[in-house]
Design a protein around this ligand. Structure first.
Ligand SMILES: Nc1nc2c(ncn2[C@@H]2O[C@H](COP(=O)(O)OP(=O)(O)OP(=O)(O)O)[C@@H](O)[C@H]2O)c(=O)[nH]1
Ligand SMILES: [Mg+2]
Length: 960
């Protein structure tokens, strides 16, 4: 063992290395949990990689191997270890470094400098291949063209090809890349989530070979790729680089902070925190899955051939890189991103527009034209210079119907069929159960950190020791919520909101500006609640933190102390040294200043703790004025500049404080639409038509269910400027309280309406049901039973001569509108008991359908009044207390108004009744508020009188 001869301890070691037992362990291996000394760690790390190379027979003696070098930790360690193992075990490899310059200013240019230094340090030749030379586009150009979405697709596809092209230029047999176990586990996870079996197979194999055959059946590519770090943990690579003091570059790519991979990484880290072996376990699962896929003959993997344009290996006629390039060059950057059929359509359109006679088929394997490699590179370069072709859009020709309706054979709009896009939208909405209308969200708000104070002294000619003149830091920005009547959803609320920090103070007593407040608009009706932080409070300290604490990294105690101090203090250069070497008898003023600041910190902490004892609860309700602001995340105070510490003794304080952290809170926002009246009805009842008839709103109206997908508010204006706000709520169906249909998320928008307006399709007939895909499949047992009962009643009362098909003819008491209304009542009650006790009215809509409406209306009125009375009596007797708290206007009556919303008939009548009910309810509410105020005042007066009496009694007793 390498560490075995290093030390001969005289007394027993406190924390010996698990392997050599002779030296103190300085780290804990993330992979196995072993505590090791530095030398033993190097030994096991290198040996494991050697074993991976040998066991998997990655190389043959004499191979020329290119190491993919980016300058990052993985590739730097890979280059170092490959060179070391090649020399130690005499692999006989000819190593070269191969770097790709994607053309990302501020990221890749710096990392390439690192690679160049590595080239000199390890004495390995280097080739740099750039996107600009290969494709005519750098990543900076591409991002300028397509924005930050999907740019990783371009980069990934181009890099893979560029590596191969570089390898061809270098004439190597093999490329090794620094993909580590964490990367592979992330890729496995992502491929499982995408259900991408071919990629799953490729990512789990340690060695891959993208071979293809040309038309004569000869393999055209033999460059192997392998990942010697397949089983090496990322944390161990970082530790190896750190302890070996390797020269590497560590910054995230500036274009990929939001890549999907980042989420997989976070998930993986969480798993790893719970179970150390999670990463290797996932890799093994990936291997097992891909082995079973291989065994399953029915899984067809794509047949590989060559791109007809550049000759690169591809499963389609055009390789992905050529397709992306074509998109870039033709001004269609979306070409190549997304589904194949869509790609084909776009490609065909682009080709047609450019006048090409036969658009290339992208799904069928090509003829397999093989070109020579140099030619390939030139070809791609030429592609980059292609003139921008006009798109189909520019030609102005499109087959999509302008109005979105499908056409009948005569070319007329087919109103019985929903437009394709809309049907898809509804399906998606139904699947999401209304969750995509954002009326609930969580947000982390953080006030900005205060700016740091400055340590500075006045400088002037002939003034030997100038006064301290460092400015104070500005306070951090606050996070503020502002009530806004223009917002209607919480869609725009971000997951995190951090206000900017205050500006640092500067010399010449220049104080820093305060950070700008971050104002977020929230719609009226939002309830804001503070919740505990979901960030996991781990019982043990995070292993990673422990490993990288000053102990593990062998920081001296003073260094660690300095690090800690620099979190709160800004010190004049070299002050720390002069403090440690303070001559005898000299007072350490810094300690005094530290004590002041510590005392102030304690007070601030106590104040913050007192303020945060009660979680924040805000209700942006109808009493809130527009643009009212609520502070939810206070910015931290700015730091003090050095004049703050000036005393009669200490004339030159060489320290200033840093700004304080801002306040961080986790909040949930819940939107409950506030309206005077809420329209409640089954889909297609005519709610939106009614809202349009009575208000200034223009909601979508169409003859199919679920036209309205989100709540919508309209205002009814009366001639005397009185206004009633009416909310159109997406249609409810049986089972809505159990999240059927668009889900119960919309029921919460009924909750805050003062008045319920039931919109009933009075022309509805039994058997003519709204057929909704994915919704009518849901038939709970009691629903089926109910339907059976109705059918039984109908058949038992059937006179022999009557028509079999017409239940109305046989059962005079059956009314579909009444059944619809009962469904609504049941759903509201099931969602929130007592909800139907709100003041209500019924709109019997579609009264213009004269064949059925008048007959239906009579029966409906009779049945409703009976049912309403029955329900009121039942609820009054069952809960007398609740009736006193939520009294209805007239507990045994509900107004039914026949209306034709479509032809605007009886609208004046209905709006005046609506106003009456709303006004009565508002009057009741304000009377209740007055009573409450009165009661509070009385209680206050009573308390004051009690205090005065007690004071009198005490005074009298003292006088006596
Ligand atoms: N004949 C007649 N048809 C009406 C009347 N009111 C609405 N309609 C028709 O009924 C269909 C549905 O109307 P919408 O207003 O979209 O119904 P909705 O209740 O909002 O439906 P969802 O948004 O799906 O819940 C449309 O084709 C309207 O033209 C009316 O008074 N008479
Ligand atoms: Mg509607």
């Amino acid at each position: 063992m390498p560490g075995a001869t290093d030390a001969k301890p005289t007394k027993p070691l406190k924390n010996p290395c698990n392997l050599c037992q002779t030296v103190r362990a300085i780290l804990k291996r993330p992979k196995t949990g072993q505590q090791l000394c530095k030398e033993c760690f190097f030994h096991v790390f290198e040996t494991e990689i050697h074993n991976t190379i040998v066991d998997n027979k990655l190389f043959n003696r004499g191979d020329r191997v290119a190491i993919g070098a980016s300058g990052g930790k993985d590739s730097t360690v890979l280059a170092y270890v490959m060179k070391l193992l090649n020399d130690r075990y005499s692999y006989g490899l000819d190593l070269v470094l191969l770097s790709i310059d994607e053309g990302i200013t501020g990221y890749r240019d710096d990392s390439l400098e690192t690679v160049k230094r590595n080239r000199d340090q390890y004495q390995i030749p280097l080739l740099i291949v750039s996107y600009k030379d290969l494709y005519g586009w750098s990543m900076d150009d591409i991002v300028k063209e397509i924005g930050r979405k999907n740019n990783c697709t371009f980069c990934g596809v181009f890099r893979r090809q560029a590596l191969d092209r570089g390898a061809i230029m270098l004439n190597v047999d093999h490329i090794v890349t620094g993909h580590n176990a964490d990367d592979i586990a992330e890729t496995v996870l992502m491929n499982i989530l995408r259900g991408d079996l071919p990629r799953l197979q490729r990512c789990t194999s340690i060695i891959t070979n993208d071979t293809s055959e040309d038309s004569s059946g000869i393999e055209t590519s033999k460059i192997l790729r392998s990942k010697p770090f397949k089983y090496t943990y990322e944390k161990e690579i970082v530790m190896y680089a750190y302890f070996k003091k390797l020269d590497y570059f560590s910054t995230e790519c500036i274009y990929s902070p939001n890549a999907y991979r980042g989420h997989a990484r976070v998930f993986l880290k969480d798993l790893e925190a719970v179970r150390r072996t999670a990463i290797v376990d996932i890799i093994h699962s990936g291997e097992a899955l891909s082995a079973s896929v291989q065994a399953n003959e029915s899984t067809k993997l794509p047949t590989m051939s060559n791109c007809t344009r550049c000759g690169y290996i591809s499963s389609n006629e055009l390789c992905k890189a050529c397709l992306l390039l074509e998109g870039l060059n033709k001004g269609l950057p979306q070409l190549g991103i997304g589904h194949t059929t869509k790609i084909r359509r776009m490609h065909e359109a682009a080709n047609l527009a450019s006048g090409l006679s036969s658009p290339a088929s992208l799904s069928s394997p090509g003829s397999g034209v093989t070109e020579d490699n140099v030619k390939v590179v030139t070809h791609i370069k030429d592609l980059g210079q292609l003139a921008t072709m006009p798109t189909s859009h520019e030609h102005g020709e499109s087959n999509t119907p302008v109005d979105g309706w499908q056409r009948t054979a005569d070319g007329l709009p087919d109103y019985t069929a929903e437009p394709r896009g809309r049907a898809k939208g509804v399906e998606w909405k139904l699947r999401a159960k209304g969750r995509n209308f954002v009326d609930f969200c969580r947000i982390k708000v953080s006030g900005g950190q205060g700016g740091d104070g400055c340590v500075s002294f006045h400088r002037e000619k002939f003034v030997a020791f100038g006064q301290p003149n460092g400015g104070n830091g500005g306070r951090g920005g606050n996070v503020i919520f502002e009530a806004s009547s223009n917002e209607t959803s919480l869609q725009h609320i971000p997951h995190t909101a951090a206000a900017p920090r205050g500006v640092h103070g500067k010399g010449s007593l220049m104080h820093g500006h305060a950070g700008k407040d971050l104002i977020i608009k929230v719609p009226m009706g939002t309830i804001i609640r503070e919740v505990p932080s979901p960030e996991k409070e781990r019982s043990d300290e995070d292993e990673w933190d422990v490993l990288f604490s000053h102990k593990a990294l062998e920081l001296g105690e003073t260094e660690a102390k300095d690090k800690e101090m620099s979190k709160r203090w800004v010190l004049y250069p070299r002050l720390a040294n002069s403090l440690t070497a303070l001559p005898e008898g000299k007072v350490n003023y810094f300690e005094e200043a530290q004590a002041w600041v510590a005392e102030e910190d304690r007070i601030v902490e106590a104040r913050r703790a007192a303020m945060s004892k009660k979680p924040l609860l805000l209700d942006v309700n109808e009493h809130t004025e527009d643009t009212t602001q609520f502070m939810v995340g206070r910015g931290g105070g700015g730091g003090y500049g050095n004049p703050h510490f000036l005393t009669t003794q200490n004339r030159a304080p060489k320290y200033a404080t840093r700004g304080r952290e801002g306040q961080t809170r986790w909040l949930t926002l819940e939107l409950k639409t506030i309206a005077d009246a809420g329209l409640v009805g089954l889909p297609n009842a005519g709610k939106s038509t009614f809202l349009q008839a009575v208000s200034n709103a223009h909601p979508a109206i169409a003859p199919y269910p679920f036209t309205t997908l989100n709540p919508y508010i309209g205002t009814v204006d009366y001639s005397d400027s009185y206004q009633v706000k009416v909310a159109d709520i997406p249609g409810l169906i049986r089972g809505a309280h159990m999240n059927v249909g668009l889900g119960h998320s919309f029921l919460r928008h009924v909750e805050r309406s003062k008045v319920l307006v039931y919109v009933i399709d009075i022309a509805a007939e039994f058997g003519i049901k709204r057929k909704v895909k994915g919704v009518d499949d849901w038939t709970p047992e009691e629903d089926l039973e109910q339907q059976e009962e109705v059918k039984d009643a109908a058949s038992s009362a059937k006179p022999s001569s009557q028509d079999d098909e017409d239940p109305l003819a046989v059962n005079a008491e059956y009314s579909q509108p009444f059944e619809d209304w009962k469904t609504l009542l049941d759903e509201l009650e099931a969602y929130q008991p007592g909800l139907t006790r709100r003041p209500s009215m019924i709109i019997a809509n579609k009264a213009d359908v004269t064949e059925v409406a008048p007959k239906n209306l009579r029966l409906f009125q009779k049945l409703v009044h009976e049912e309403w009375a029955k329900r009121r009596v039942a609820s009054d007797t069952s809960s007398p207390s609740s009736s006193s708290t939520t009294p209805s206007t007239d507990s045994h009556d509900i107004k039914i108004v026949p209306v034709s919303a479509k032809y605007k008939k009886n609208i004046v009548k209905v709006t005046s009744i609506l106003r009456e009910i709303v006004e009565a309810e508002k009057a009741k509410e304000s009377a209740a508020a007055m009573r409450k105020l009165q009661r509070e005042r009385e209680e206050e007066e009573e308390a004051l009188a009690f205090k005065a009496t007690r004071r009198n009694i005490m005074n009298n007793s003292q006088n006596e």
